[in-house]
Design a protein around this ligand. Structure first.
Ligand code: AMP
Length: 286
């Protein structure tokens, strides 16, 4: 028998469907996505299926988190394929709202304060990005009222922002960070990878290698040497533009200039390959 997956476009219909589950204390798992799904997204669905009674996946290309209108325009959209993939992952419910449904015209714009968390790394290079993320995630959390929400560690800083958001909302939602899924050559899976041409795809595969060798340099010589090394390597790659490489304390995301024992660190990178912006990260300790 084909798997029955329900698709909703309207908030009221989704809430009407979820309400009996919630009132009978069934756990609701939520996986927010922007579509153009790949195995990384599906791993979040699987995690949710394994840990909750009912799994809701949203597909919504959120305009408010794009600081570059061209990036929003070229963001891949593959709704039919996404639906087939979600069926194959036994997802229970898909929520695909319109922009008007998510953002009624007279809704007030909210201001968020995440301290240093939204001012460094992605926050510094994509002004307004995390306000847009917080706005849409908060709205989804209010609509879906999930018990647990599943996010990929590929967007490491985003997970920290979402944890801070849930604290600020005082919402009883457990945030679960899931591992990064990678292609066979190590490139972190991303919807944006399908926008790379053949030559750019080969260049992109160097990113995980650069990260591994940066980690060795951090451990041997320290974060500053690794930063210089990453910047030098990327500036030699054709069509590529370095944005940042930073070593941070993994639990606070505070940049560090030396390592201490018994502490977890994360190295985070962002670069352009052609017009496509890629991010990746790697956790380690001494
Ligand atoms: P996106 O559609 O890019 O907004 O991503 C939706 C969710 O999937 C986010 O929580 C991402 O961190 C997660 N995700 C994206 N790529 C990967 C990956 N390669 N491995 C695991 N999770 C991922």
């Amino acid at each position: 028998m084909a798997y029955l997956m329900l698709i909703f476009n309207k908030i009221a219909d989704l809430q009407g469907y979820l309400s009996p589950f919630q009132s009978s204390h069934k756990t609701v798992g939520f996986v927010p996505t922007m579509g153009a799904l790949h195995a990384g997204h599906l791993s979040l669905i699987t995690e949710s299926k394994n840990n909750t009674h009912i799994t809701v996946c949203s597909i919504f290309v959120n305009p408010t988190q794009f600081n570059d209108p061209k990036d929003l325009e070229r963001y891949p959209r593959t709704p039919e394929k996404d639906i087939e993939l979600l069926k194959s992952a036994n997802c229970d419910v898909v929520f695909m709202p319109s922009v008007e449904e998510m953002y009624p015209i007279n809704a007030a714009k909210e201001h968020f304060d995440f301290g240093h968390l939204d001012k460094i790394l992605e926050g510094q290079h994509r002004p307004g990005h995390f306000s847009g993320v917080a706005q849409v995630v908060k709205r989804f959390f209010q609509i879906v009222s999930p018990t647990k929400a599943f996010f990929g560690s590929k967007d490491y800083q985003q997970v920290m922002i979402v944890r801070a958001l849930v604290q600020q909302m005082n919402a009883p939602i457990e945030i679960i960070a899931c591992p990064i899924l990678r292609e066979a050559d190590g490139l972190a899976m991303s919807s944006r990878n399908m926008l790379l041409n053949a030559e750019e795809r080969v260049l992109a595969a160097q990113v995980p290698q650069i990260m591994q060798s940066a980690k060795q340099t951090v451990l041997k010589t320290g974060p500053q040497a690794a930063k210089l090394q990453v910047e030098a390597l990327i500036s030699k790659m054709p069509h590529c533009r370095y944005e940042y490489f930073e070593v941070c304390e993994a639990n606070t995301l505070k940049p560090v200039s030396s390592l201490e024992p018994d502490t977890k660190y994360v190295g985070l990178i962002a670069l352009f390959v052609g017009k496509i912006r890629l991010i990746d990260n790697l956790t380690f300790s001494l």
